[in-house]
Ligand binder design. Structure first.
Ligand SMILES: CCCNc1ncnc2c1ncn2[C@@H]1O[C@H](/C=C/CNC(=O)c2cc(-c3ccc(F)cc3)cc(O)c2O)[C@H](C)[C@H]1O
Ligand SMILES: [Mg+2]
Length: 214
């Protein structure tokens, strides 16, 4: 039977990346997407902005919405201090399966918890199921029309604290207009746009970094 693109991406990692070396996993995926098949990873250009935000925040508890193949999960986890953790939500079991294998190849299983299921169900359970008090950093990269409802859900569940950083991918392409309007106009956020390009292309895209003010 025909393989899927995520399966081919995983094989490229297993073929070209060094087991236990997260940055070589990131490189192998970027090379695969540049040379073989485009895939919707945050990519190397926006990835550098992601790296700088993660390094600046130095988070202990991270939430990622939308794991896909685990590219940004590995990229973030590779920069986390020893006891820090990232919980990543993925509701498609096939993608979750691929992501777990990419994460295993990077040797980052101890820092990453892949949770299978929809964000709407799991966000309200974060405290009781995973002992999360609040998140230091949230990376939004799932369906674009879910950024706003899930942000409001995070607020309502008390999972954001004064200073929590929300970092959102694709605010230009494909675009998240309702989310942008909210974080840029709400008195509860201080928002900043990082202009970049859609992964592996010359099209404009960017990341929106928003600080929750409490
Ligand atoms: C109701 C469930 C919500 N809760 C959920 N809970 C858990 N997991 C969820 C939820 N909603 C979705 N997911 C998972 O997250 C992933 C979804 C990722 C979506 N990403 C894009 O659509 C995109 C498109 C382009 C793009 C740009 C230009 C183009 F021409 C083509 C494509 C670029 C980009 O960087 C992009 O990130 C994964 C596929 C999906 O199973
Ligand atoms: Mg994206």
């Amino acid at each position: 039977t025909q393989s899927t693109r995520p399966q081919r991406l995983l094989h490229a990692v297993q073929k070209n990346a060094t087991k236990g070396d997260p940055r070589s996993v990131v490189k192998a995926i970027d090379n695969f997407c540049r040379q073989k098949e485009w895939a919707m990873n945050v990519g190397d250009e926006k990835g550098c902005i992601l790296d700088s935000v993660v390094s600046e925040v130095n988070p202990v508890t991270v939430l990622e919405l939308g794991t896909y193949c685990g590219y940004s999960t590995v990229r973030i986890a590779s920069l986390l201090p020893p006891r820090a953790k990232i919980i990543t939500l993925e509701f498609n079991p096939d993608y979750a399966k691929i992501a777990r294998q990419v994460i295993a190849w990077a040797g980052l299983e101890d820092k990453i918890q892949v949770v299978e299921g929809p964000s709407g169900e799991w966000i309200p359970k974060m405290k009781e199921q995973f002992g999360v008090k609040t998140f230091d950093l949230v990376f939004l990269d799932h369906w674009k029309d879910r950024y706003l409802p899930d942000t409001k859900l995070l607020e309502d569940c008390g999972l954001l604290r004064k200073g929590t950083i929300l970092l959102a991918d694709n605010v230009i392409c494909p675009g998240t207009p309702d989310y942008l309007e909210y974080v840029r106009n709400s008195p509860r956020y201080k928002s900043q746009y990082f202009k970049s390009h859609l992964e592996y292309t010359k099209a404009e895209d960017g990341l929106e970094k928003s600080v929750f003010l409490g």
